[in-house]
Design a protein around this ligand. Structure first.
Ligand code: ADP
Ligand code: MG
Length: 442
């Protein structure tokens, strides 16, 4: 285990002992450390809501705990797991080596996702039936099975459900492996670098079932496609089951070799579309059951109606409502859910960009944007600059170095310093509220 993983693990153990189990499982179970760079640890979280909730409710606890474990001050920042960091955005394929995927064991199936907790509605009925058929009669039902749909609609869930059912029904001798196309790519690049291609190929050969998630990740990556083609054929020709997921119909995946696209479409292709209201409500009940929380019907309908299509967001919102009621010890009712939704929509508001924050802050204090970005240290300028940096850290997804850069090339330590200066400063707090209101009003 790498240093950051070990550190995060230790930190989580302590946190788990300190907070209610449901909060721990709601907010921490799907976090993982992305980077540890000097005194800054970046934690990947599933989405914006987690990020906001962790910042609001747990950042202090996390930072104190990290300090306890390492005996050194460590600050935390949060990034969204599915979003790439600056470094990962580089176009070359090799950059994926650094784009650390969640630390999953190679064959790791997530037991959280199974058929019994997958809610079937008209939007996913076909995909569900196909997945179940494959899990019951691998290779003889449909091969390959290709599931596609937009993000957050249950593709990964179904892939794991297939794997879990197969393992349950057929025991340990049946080899199933779930892998994201991203991890496949990383695995491949590592193997090339270390000159271990034969063992890379060997790892896939004995499998009975290969579940490959988010195949669109290998679009535009020729070497990976070539190797995937090889893996695919080896398995297919020995009558092994393949299940692949993607964000669109095989033929519509850009920059994907034709021979792969046609193979993906040669078995059964099933799509998942956004759930209707009824299905969303049913999903909410299922999730609430998982978190052992009873949610009133009006709350479920309200939540389902407020979130347009993405089931992951639906779940994120539900978790937020549950957590909020638990932090504030308030009854989980419609009023509370509406309050949470207000935050939630503000959170999604794109008005909070670094540029916009700087502009608004400059206007508020009657100085110019270039003053804020300058090196001037007079109090009438450094104060607004600190306030703006604070707001950028609280309200945007930008990393500390990125914030520093946009402030005329300041170091990330300056951002941290500013943040601390502003936090808890009574005099500045009322300013902050007014500025936030200004930004929100646009
Ligand atoms: P995708 O892989 O398509 O982006 P996921 O499978 O990760 O989406 O689903 C996102 C979240 O929504 C998961 O927590 C998953 O359990 C949940 N989810 C999606 N569809 C359903 C469903 N029909 N029933 C229960 N949970 C669902
Ligand atoms: Mg997925």
């Amino acid at each position: 285990m790498e240093a950051k993983e070990l550190l995060w693990k230790k930190c989580l153990e302590k946190i788990e002992a300190r907070i209610p189990a449901e909060n721990y499982s709601a907010w921490f179970s799907s976090t993982y450390p992305r980077t540890l760079d000097g005194g800054l640890m970046t934690i990947a979280v599933p989405n914006q809501f987690y990020r906001k909730c962790l910042i609001e409710n747990y950042r202090d606890l996390i930072e104190t705990t990290l300090k306890l474990v390492t005996e050194k001050p460590i600050l935390v920042a949060f990034c969204i797991a599915t979003e790439k960091t600056e470094r990962e955005k580089e176009p070359q394929e090799t950059s994926a080596v650094e784009s650390v995927a969640p630390p999953q064991a190679p064959s790791s199936l997530n037991s959280k996702y199974n058929f019994s907790n997958f809610v079937v509605g008209s939007s996913n009925q076909f995909a569900h039936a196909a997945a179940l058929a494959v899990a019951t009669h691998p290779t003889t039902a449909y091969n390959p099975l290709f599931l596609y749909g937009a993000v957050g609609l249950g593709k990964t869930h179904l892939l794991h459900a297939i794997g879990n059912k197969l393992c349950e029904d057929r025991g340990g001798d049946f080899h199933v492996r779930y892998i994201s196309a991203e991890s496949f790519t990383i695995d491949l690049i590592e193997s090339i670098k270390k000159d271990r291609m034969p063992s890379f190929r060997k790892r896939y050969r004995p499998l009975d079932v290969l579940l490959v998630d988010d195949i669109q990740f290998i679009a535009g990556k020729e070497r990976t496609q070539e190797e995937f083609f090889y893996t695919y054929n080896t398995l297919f020709e020995s009558h092994k089951q393949l299940v692949i997921s993607g964000d669109r119909y095989p033929k519509d995946i850009q920059n994907m070799a034709e021979r792969l696209r046609s193979r993906f479409a040669s078995g059964l292709v099933a799509d998942i579309s956004p759930p209707d209201l009824e299905t969303k409500v049913a999903i909410l009940y299922k999730k609430a059951e998982y978190y052992q929380k009873a949610i009133p019907h009006d709350v479920a309908t309200f939540v389902a109606g407020s979130i347009k299509s993405n089931v992951r967001e639906l779940e994120g919102f539900l978790l937020r409502v549950i957590a909020f009621s638990s932090f504030t010890r308030r009854k989980l009712d419609l009023e509370l859910a509406m309050e949470v939704l207000k935050d939630f929509t503000i959170d999604k508001n794109k008005q909070f960009t670094i540029t916009n924050i700087i502009k608004t802050v400059a206007g508020y204090y009657d100085i110019t944007v270039s003053d804020i970005k300058s090196k001037k240290r007079t109090r009438n300028i450094s104060r607004p600059r600190q306030v703006a940096m604070f707001l950028c850290r609280e309200h945007t997804k930008a990393s500390l170095p990125e914030i520093g850069r946009q402030f005329g090339g300041k170091d990330h330590t300056t951002v941290i310093f500013s943040y601390k200066k502003v936090k808890g400063n009574k005099e500045l707090e009322s300013d902050l509220q007014e500025i936030i209101a200004l930004i929100e009003r646009g």
